[in-house]
Structure formats: structure tokens, C-alpha cells
Design a protein around this ligand. Structure first.
Ligand SMILES: NC(=O)c1ccc[n+]([C@@H]2O[C@H](COP(=O)([O-])OP(=O)(O)OC[C@H]3O[C@@H](n4cnc5c(N)ncnc54)[C@H](OP(=O)(O)O)[C@@H]3O)[C@@H](O)[C@H]2O)c1
Length: 346
């Protein structure tokens, strides 16, 4: 079997998880180069990695560069992504910088692995909240065509990076029943401990946040269907460490019963139904972030016919945002590039 030289750029919440997933998947890596802004040693799942400062030369000889740095002008993918591609690597980026570029496939392998065939060196991983949504929508869309989606998200703090996790930990320690922390930390606009914040990202002129609009645009691109009317009711941050939850209403062209939806999901890759309300084990009644954390599967529960529309279905979907929402999906893209023989294609 061929082996590949891998670079992991960013050694934060997602970068660490990528290293863990590469180990768990026994990824055929000849070398794993870990890059960040500062040099140090990082230990992940019992293995030590030397973290080096990222330079253009860091990408010499690299086959696949998995980017998990911060976003924007000074972020790793914008500064070093094109350079890595020039030096022969295929870049898989976890950030939002390239997701909507026409030349960049936006991929969840279970949904649109074929989109990788048109890659020109850079491939984007979707936002965590989109990945789990499209996994749930795809089997329904293929069977009865989804025409409308209403969604509210309840997103964990790790979705905002390692510093946001530290902020919730510190605020949890300071929190008492009688005293709220008045000064918010840098990661969130107001205190997150003991709170729910109906804002992730900045607001646009219509009052939607950037996180909410990602759900619309990225869903259209991955599903390859702009006609699905997606309304993000809200994308909210909740004081959960790992695991995003979403309440979803779908309208379909042809009616779909909960039993049929369960059957479609049972046969679909990447998702599992967890819908045993009234059973013995409370953790199997419906998915929760605690249950989904550390797992690659996206779980669906609370599946119900809509009360006002026979073509409407309500459900609850939960996934580990650091894994299927980021690291696992990125590694699966790398694996799909190998199996589709798309690495040396440029
Ligand atoms: N967290 C999630 O659930 C999630 C889900 C989907 C996508 N994403 C995306 O994944 C990316 C990483 O997120 P994260 O949560 O892991 O962030 P994080 O915990 O803040 O870590 C960011 C890492 O990037 C490194 N970095 C930043 N700028 C760099 C540059 N110019 N050159 C090299 N390295 C640089 C930092 O290096 P130092 O450690 O040396 O400072 C740090 O290790 C972001 O784009 C994020 O939007 C995150």
C-alpha cells in the first residue's frame, strides 16, 4: 500500500483531533508534520509530535496538507494554502476562507464524494453545523426530495476553538447561583456559562448571522441543489463543551412517514437513528452531545410527523463537532482522494 507525507497545520482543538483520527484510522502516513505559529511538543493519544513553525518550505514533499488554523487574512490557509498547493500538496481546509469558491469542492464524502474529481488542489471541509445537517438530509432528498428546511442549532463552545473551551471552564468555576459574571471573555459576546447566546458570527443586513448563512449556502453547494429553501431560525451557542445539536423541520415533495425516514437513515452511511423514548436506557432515548462526543457517527432522534403538514417531518440531530464536524470529515476526504486516485491528478 502507498504511504503519504501529511502536514497538519494548526495544533488547536481541530488539529489535535485530526492527529487522533489519523491514528485511529491507521492512515497510511509515511510522515506527519505538525505545523503551527509556535514550536512545541504536543502529545495526542500517547504519541508525541514535534510542532514546528509553519514556513513555505514546510510543504516541500507533502502529499496532503490538512489545514486547521485560524481563518481570515492572517490565518494559516490564506497565508500558506496556495503555497502548499504550488509545492505539490493537496490542501484540505477546515476553515471558511475557500468554501464558497467555485474552483473548490466542498465535500462531505458520504454525500458528494464525486465532487472531489474536479479539485484543483484545494478542497474545503464544511462548517460543523452543515456537515451533520446534510448527512441527515441526503437520504431523504434522494428518496422524496426535500423542498424546505427550518433549523435551530445548539452549538458547543469547542466550535469556537481551544480558547473558547478555556473560557467556559473558567466561567463555570466562577459561576454561582447568585452571581453572574459581568465581563465576558474574548471568545463570546456575553458570558457563556449558565447561558444561551443566539449569536455565532456577525450579523448581516437582514439580521442573520454569518454562522446561520453558512447553513444556507453550504447546504446548497454540498447537496448540489439551490432550490431547497433553508431557513436558519437561529444558530445558538450553548454551554456544552463538545457536540452540536440541531432541531430540524423538513418539508418533502412527497409525504414521508417517520417509519420510512427511520428506514432511510438506517441504510445511510455516517448516520444512526437513536430514538428509543420509553426504553430502559435514558442515553438511548434520543441523542445528546455527551453521547455523541468522541464518536464519528451523526445521531438522529425525536423523529415525528409534523402536526400541521403531512409532508413535514421534525427531528433532532447531534454530532461531535470536532470529529464529523471537522477532523473526521477532513481525514475521510483524504481517504476518498486516495481511493478515487485523485492525489496526483494535477
Ligand atoms: N472547532 C470546530 O468545531 C470546528 C469545526 C469546523 C471547522 N473548524 C475550523 O477549523 C479551524 C481550526 O479551528 P480550531 O477550533 O482548532 O482553532 P484553535 O483551537 O484556535 O487553533 C488554531 C490553531 O491554528 C494555528 N494557527 C493560527 N494561525 C496560523 C498561521 N498563520 N500559521 C500557522 N498556524 C496558525 C494556531 O497555532 P498556535 O497554537 O501556535 O497559536 C493553533 O494551533 C478554524 O478555521 C475553524 O473555523 C472548527
Amino acid at each position: 500500500m502507498s504511504e503519504y507525507n501529511i502536514a497538519v497545520v494548526g495544533a488547536g482543538a481541530v488539529g489535535e483531533e485530526i492527529l487522533r483520527v489519523l491514528q485511529e484510522h491507521h492512515f497510511p502516513a509515511r510522515e506527519i508534520r505538525v505545523l503551527a505559529r509556535s514550536a512545541r511538543t504536543l502529545t495526542v493519544a500517547g504519541r508525541n509530535y514535534a510542532v514546528s513553525v509553519t514556513t513555505p518550505e514546510s510543504f516541500d514533499g507533502i502529499d496532503i496538507a490538512l489545514f486547521a488554523g485560524t481563518e481570515g487574512e492572517k490565518g494559516a490557509a490564506v497565508v500558506f494554502g496556495p503555497e502548499a498547493v504550488r509545492r505539490g500538496a493537496v490542501v484540505i481546509d477546515n476553515g471558511a476562507d475557500f468554501r464558497m469558491h467555485d474552483a473548490v469542492p466542498l465535500v462531505v464524502p458520504e454525500v458528494n464524494a464525486a465532487a472531489l474529481q474536479s479539485h484543483q488542489g484545494t478542497i474545503a471541509n464544511p462548517n460543523c453545523s452543515t456537515a451533520q445537517l446534510v448527512l441527515a438530509l441526503k437520504p431523504l432528498h434522494d428518496a422524496v426530495r426535500v423542498t424546505r428546511v427550518l433549523i435551530a442549532t445548539y452549538q458547543a463552545v469547542s466550535g469556537a476553538g481551544g480558547k473558547a473551551v478555556d473560557e467556559l471552564k473558567a466561567q463555570n468555576c466562577a459561576l454561582t447561583e447568585s452571581r453572574a459574571i459581568s465581563a465576558p471573555g474574548p471568545a463570546f459576546p456575553v458570558q457563556i456559562a449558565g447561558n444561551v447566546i443566539p449569536q455565532i458570527g456577525g450579523f448581516d443586513e437582514n439580521g442573520y448571522t454569518s454562522e446561520e448563512m453558512k447553513l444556507v449556502q453550504e447546504t446548497h453547494k454540498i447537496m448540489g441543489d439551490d432550490s431547497i429553501r433553508v431557513t436558519p431560525i437561529v444558530a445558538a451557542r450553548v454551554p456544552v463543551f463538545v457536540g452540536h445539536s440541531e432541531a430540524v423541520y423538513v418539508e418533502t415533495e412527497r409525504p414521508l412517514t417517520p417509519a420510512e425516514a427511520r428506514r432511510l437513515w438506517a441504510e445511510a452511511p455516517g448516520v444512526a437513528v437513536l430514538d428509543e423514548t420509553g426504553g430502559e436506557d435514558p442515553y438511548r432515548a434520543y441523542p445528546t452531545p455527551l453521547f455523541a462526543a468522541g464518536k464519528d457517527t451523526t445521531y438522529i432522534g425525536r423523529i415525528r410527523q409534523d402536526l400541521g403538514n403531512p409532508n413535514g417531518l421534525n427531528f433532532w440531530v447531534v454530532s461531535d463537532n470536532l470529529r464529523k464536524g471537522a477532523a473526521t470529515n477532513a481525514v475521510q476526504i483524504a481517504e476518498s482522494l486516495i481511493t478515487q486516485n485523485l492525489l496526483g491528478k494535477r
